[in-house]
Every structure is written in C-alpha cells, then in structure tokens.
Design a protein around this ligand. Structure first.
Ligand code: GLV
Ligand code: MN
Ligand code: MN
Length: 436
C-alpha cells in the first residue's frame, strides 16, 4: 500500500519504514517524547487546548495521515483516524489520550495512542483483512488538569456532561473552556452529546500503562481490566481572616490553614479506617503571602474506593471533620462535589473475549481468578475514557506492566519489551474483533 509523503515531520519516515512493532513503537515514542516536557522537572505539562496539546494533536493527525487513515475531529474536539467507513457501524475502536497531569509521566495516555498505531502497523504487516470499520482515537482533556473535570471529551460525547455545564468550566486563570477551545481553533458552540457516533462503535479497547504493581507481582507484561473504582473530586473552601503574621496574637487568629491541615490529617485517618483512598494534592491560598495569615484556603480532595459505601464513608467522615474543626476555629467551610464517576464494571463478554484471544499466547500458564482467564484480570482506582464510554459502548482495557507502579509522576515507567508485548496483545485483540 502506498502511503502519502510524510512531509517535513521527521518521525513519519521512520514510522512508514517500520517493519516491526518495536521499531514502529520506538519511532513514534521518540517523536512524542519532547512535546510538552518540562526541562526542570522532566515531567509532562500537556494541558487541554494549550500549545503542547496542539503539538500532540498535530502529531496524532500526522500519524493518521501517514498511514492513509481518514482523519476527523468530532464535535467535542476528540480526534479520530479511520480505516473503513465510519458510518457503517459495528466499528472497532482503540485509543486513549495525549494530555497529562501536571508533571505527568510519558506513558499515561500516550502509551495507548502510540500502541494503537503500532498495533495497526503490526496488523498490516500480518496482512490481515479488516472486516469492520476501525478507528484510533485521542480523547481530549482526559486528565482534567486545566479545568478540574476529568474526561471532558468522552463525558461530553457520552452525554455525561452537558454542554451548558462544560461551558462554565474555568481554568486557574479564569479562562473558560469555550475561550480556550476557541483560542486553539475549535468551535465551542459545537460541543454536546454524540450518541450517533457512539452507536456506530461495536467495541472500544483502551490500552493503558498499569498504575499499580499488580502485574509486577504476578510477573505478566499484560493484563485485562475488570473494573474501575468509584471516584470523585470535592472542593473544600476554608474562609478565615487575613491578618499580619507578625502582630496578630495566636488566640486572635482565624487561620483557615490550620483547619485545612486538620482536614488533611482527617482525610488520611478516614481513608485508613474505611479502607479507601483520600488525597489533597492541589491547594490555592489567598492572599498567598509569606507574612500574612491566609484569608482563604481552597483544597481539592480526590477520593476513591473499591465500592460506593466505602467511598461515601470516607468522604462523609472527612467533611464531618472539616466542619467540626472549622466551627471550633471560627472558619467558614464550603464543600462542593465537582465531579463523580460511579463504579465501572467492564462488559464481561468483551473482557472474556480479550482473555480468550490473549490466553492463546499463554495457554496453560495458570488461571488467576474466578474469571477463568489465563492472564491477570485487574481492577483499578484510576479513571479512564474507557470507563466513561462503557455506559454507551462495549468497552475493555488492557494494562501494561509498570514495575514500580508509579504514575502521575515523571518517574512513571514501562520497559520497552513490555510496551512491545502490549502492542502485540492489542494487535491480537483487534485482529480478533475486527478482522476476518
Ligand atoms: C486519571 O488518571 C485519574 O484517575 O485521575
Ligand atoms: Mn492519568
Ligand atoms: Mn490515562
């Protein structure tokens, strides 16, 4: 097959010349590596609708076009690269996201997108025929690092976030989502549910770096997802009184920083007691002066648990502690739930199909749990576009081993051999789902 000239983009020549999943993967990984990487931290700052995001999007488009795929952007700014007729229905779709958390790692998101293109290269090298339409996607703003809400692109498409609510989102500088989209050359008036598009998808498979050490412990390069924990984000506003740090007696202070600190400790305690997770990882302080008592401390709680009752217990306990401490210290506290994602159980039929296909490579190795799967089947506390889409589309996930389990950090890592194993596994799965 003849592919279009790759033009000035250097990595595309390598991609076109790729003859193995490893070299295909390596070429794309090299191209993507410098985009949005902060020289000081070594982490990625690829936030929605910024310059780094635009560069990632340009990279996606060039990869699509270099492979002769039909490129399109949907009404919510998600990118698609199609092989076959997008309107025919029963499409097999794979992909992930390219944006990052602040100082994120290289793998969370990009591993899934790069592996998707590499898996297509592998399938073409195998000479298989596609019997169904096939697409690779890059969902916009998965991490919610800029506007505070995760999975904006997939939530909008699935009707889990209304256009009206999305238009109210603002970043830390007060820039609204519509302003940011417009500045990036996208039409914010177009955003909204996309049920017709989702109805034409027969299966969505997202490959992702594991964000834990389960595969490191079992010794498997690749696993299959079972479920995503319920999780959400809550904003805690503690309001006190600004005053002079050098002249205000301790007894006269209404210092919201103290109440915030007590709430952070309570979060840890409640999470330990209930067996869930609770994290305050982001904070805004006003007036933020070293010699002034704060007037406002705004902290964001991220909480997750294996089941809804546990999550409720953790968050209720933290809120109760915050209110008790606030009352004693004369601090006003307001708690707002900014986002919530209920538990996701991935479709068993598709999960079992992945296990059947992947089990052929490891047949007889062992059965890991009551799914009867020959490779590990894992739950996760991390959110994904696949979780959002699972309400509308049969959806499954593959995880690639992360030896340290570290994620949302520059130290996030997966060995190249495992990444290549992930590409082969994804290709096997896609071949089973899409090819005759
Ligand atoms: C996304 O990575 C999340 O789980 O926060
Ligand atoms: Mn992430
Ligand atoms: Mn991710």
């Amino acid at each position: 097959m003849t592919l279009p000239d790759p033009g000035p983009y250097p990595g595309l020549r390598a991609a076109r010349a790729a003859r193995s999943p490893r070299s295909s993967f390596q070429a794309m990984w090299r191209d993507l590596a410098p985009i949005g990487r902060h020289a000081g931290s070594g982490g990625y700052r690829r936030y929605a609708w910024t310059g780094a995001d635009a560069e990632c999007r340009a990279w996606f488009r060039e990869q699509a076009e270099a492979r002769g795929l039909a490129y399109e952007v949907d009404r919510n700014g998600n990118q698609w690269a199609w092989l076959g007729d997008p309107l025919a229905g029963d499409a097999v779709v794979t992909g992930s996201h390219l944006d990052s958390v602040p100082d994120g790692g290289a793998f969370d998101g990009p591993l899934g997108v790069v592996s998707s293109f590499a898996a297509l290269d592998e399938l073409r090298d195998r000479g298989v025929e596609f019997a169904k339409p096939f697409a690779i996607t890059n969902f916009g703003d998965e991490e919610g690092a800029r506007f505070g809400l995760a999975c904006v692109g997939s939530r909008l498409a699935a009707g889990q976030l209304t256009a009206e609510k999305a238009r109210l989102l603002r970043d830390g500088d007060g820039v609204s989502l519509p302003q940011a989209m417009e500045a990036a050359g996208y039409d914010p008036d177009a955003i909204g549910p996309d049920p017709g598009r989702l109805a034409r998808i027969g299966a969505f498979v997202e490959l992702h770096v594991e964000q834990g050490r389960a595969l490191g412990l079992t010794g498997d390069p690749v696993g299959v997802a079972s479920a995503i924990w319920p999780h959400g984000r809550w904003r805690f506003d503690f309001r006190g009184e600004a005053n002079h740090a050098g002249t205000t007696r301790l007894v006269d202070r209404r210092d919201p920083m103290l109440t915030y600190a007590q709430t952070v400790l309570a979060a840890r305690r409640e999470a330990e007691l209930a067996g869930g997770l609770a994290t305050f990882g982001k904070i805004v302080v006003e007036p933020n002066g070293v010699n002034a008592i704060a007037s406002l401390v705004r902290g964001w709680l991220d909480s997750r648990a294996a089941d809804q009752d546990t999550l409720d217990a953790v968050v209720t306990g933290i809120e109760r502690a915050a209110r008790e401490h606030a009352e004693r210290a004369g601090i006003d506290v307001e708690v707002v739930r900014e986002s919530f994602t209920p538990v996701v159980e991935f479709q068993h039929a598709l999960r079992d199909e992945l296990c059947r296909v992947l089990g052929k490579r490891v047949r007889g190795r062992r059965t890991t749990d009551d799914t009867g799967c020959d490779i590990p089947v894992l739950g996760t506390g991390a959110g994904h576009d696949a979780g959002i889409l699972s309400a509308s589309v049969p959806t499954a996930m593959l995880f690639v081993r992360n030896p340290t389990g570290i994620s949302h950090s520059p130290a996030e890592y997966a060995a190249e051999d495992d990444c290549v194993a992930g590409v082969i596994a994804l290709a096997d799965v896609l071949e089973g789902l899409a090819c005759s």
